[in-house]
Design a protein around this ligand. Structure first.
Ligand SMILES: C[S@@+](CC[C@H](N)C(=O)[O-])C[C@H]1O[C@@H](n2cnc3c(N)ncnc32)[C@H](O)[C@@H]1O
Length: 194
């Protein structure tokens, strides 16, 4: 397991800037590089608790956008006219009534057991679920950001993502803790044919 100082530079920066988690800076970096989210977008934020990605995304989508966040745990931020938060497990949630969305974000992570292969397998399962949600709920031309614990199946996850998006890249933001094996798969311009 990686050892780190839990109160690092990004922790203090988040506190100072009003973000509820240091993860905010991962999405900010991804957004700066890939311009995933645009004003007016309808965003689905999977694994949104405590809510820092939702804070970042809500700012970008502005008054004409809408964000739906889902997590096993409640968020610690307030909802607004342009955001709603649902407590639930995406592995058995009926999304029929929701969306469609122009962007899907997933920062979901399984609760880590410390057994690397097990944590990777659970993370991959979450990614496959995200891809199946994208097939049902993402607009043509839409974008995806999804966290993956890198492991033996990573290529397979990337390959399945490539079948659905015009462009797929992997990116590890600077804000990811040193020694962590998490990475992000960025899919742009969803082009799955129904
Ligand atoms: C790293 S945290 C997300 C942090 C969040 N992006 C933020 O910026 O505040 C990962 C989250 O994934 C959620 N999660 C894991 N499995 C899930 C599932 N099956 N359904 C919904 N949420 C899940 C966890 O409850 C946890 O809150």
């Amino acid at each position: 397991m990686a050892h780190y100082n839990s109160k690092d530079h990004y922790f203090h920066k988040a506190k100072k800037e009003g973000f509820v988690a240091r993860s905010a800076y991962k999405l900010q970096e991804i957004q700066q590089k890939y311009k995933i989210i645009r004003p007016g977008d309808r965003v689905l934020d999977l694994g949104c608790s405590p809510g820092s990605w939702s804070q970042v995304a809500a700012k970008i989508i502005g008054e004409n956008g809408f964000l739906t966040g889902i997590d096993l745990k409640p968020v610690t931020i307030s909802s607004t006219k342009r955001t709603q938060f649902i407590v639930g497990d995406i592995l058995n949630l009926d999304l029929k009534e929701m969306g469609p969305f122009s962007v899907i974000l997933s920062d979901m992570a399984p609760s880590t057991s410390g057994i690397k292969s097990r944590d990777q397998a659970l993370s991959e399962e979450l990614c496959y679920t995200v891809l199946s949600i994208a097939k049902r709920r993402l607009d043509k031309g839409g974008n995806l950001v999804m966290k993956l614990f890198e492991g033996p199946e990573s290529e397979q996850v990337a390959k399945q993502t490539k079948d659905l998006f015009a462009k797929v890249q992997r990116y590890k933001p600077l804000a990811v803790r040193k020694g962590s094996y998490e990475t992000y798969i960025i899919g742009t311009s969803f082009n799955f044919n129904y």
